[in-house]
Design a protein around this ligand. Structure first.
Ligand code: CMP
Length: 141
């Protein structure tokens, strides 16, 4: 069980000015933010990041949406980070998300679901490396 995960505050949430509110949820849930940056993915970057979903019916919509505007990418640390972050954000479809979760409170649809979270320790490492170099991962303690 690893202590790193990767998160994205997606273009819908940035556009709706939820970045600060979601940042607050991350800190209140006890995550240490090792790195964060505001970026706008190119279509090619979004296709690379979500290559595991290539061929699925929602792939084009997903990659177009993820490259449609600013997003904040974050490397997070906490004990059992992958499971803890998934618990904090709630189910992929906000209609199924528990109350008090980020997706319940800030997402609008399955496609525009406010945030991303890694689904395994291996993918967390890969996803962090997709956006951050080692020297950008800074610990305060
Ligand atoms: P995310 O956690 O970023 O991982 C893949 C994304 O694809 C997911 O969140 C959803 O926003 C999006 N998506 C769109 N349609 C579907 C679907 N039918 N099943 C799963 N994910 C979907």
């Amino acid at each position: 069980m690893g202590n790193l995960t990767f998160a994205i505050i997606k273009p819908d949430a940035v556009k709706n000015n939820y970045t600060g509110l979601i940042y607050d949820r991350i800190l209140k849930a006890g995550f240490n933010i090792l790195s964060a940056k505001l970026t706008r993915m190119s279509l090619a970057q979004a296709e690379g990041f979500y290559s595991v979903h290539k061929g699925k019916p929602f792939y084009n919509e997903l990659t177009e949406f993820m490259s449609s505007g600013q997003a904040m990418v974050l490397a997070l640390r906490k004990e059992n980070a992958v499971a803890e972050w998934r618990k904090t954000i709630g189910a992929t479809n906000p209609a199924d998300a528990d109350s008090g979760t980020i997706r319940k409170d800030f997402a609008t649809s399955l496609g525009e679901n406010a945030v991303h979270g890694s689904d395994s320790d291996d993918n967390a490492i890969k996803e962090i490396a997709f956006f951050f170099s080692d020297c950008e991962l800074i610990s305060n303690n």
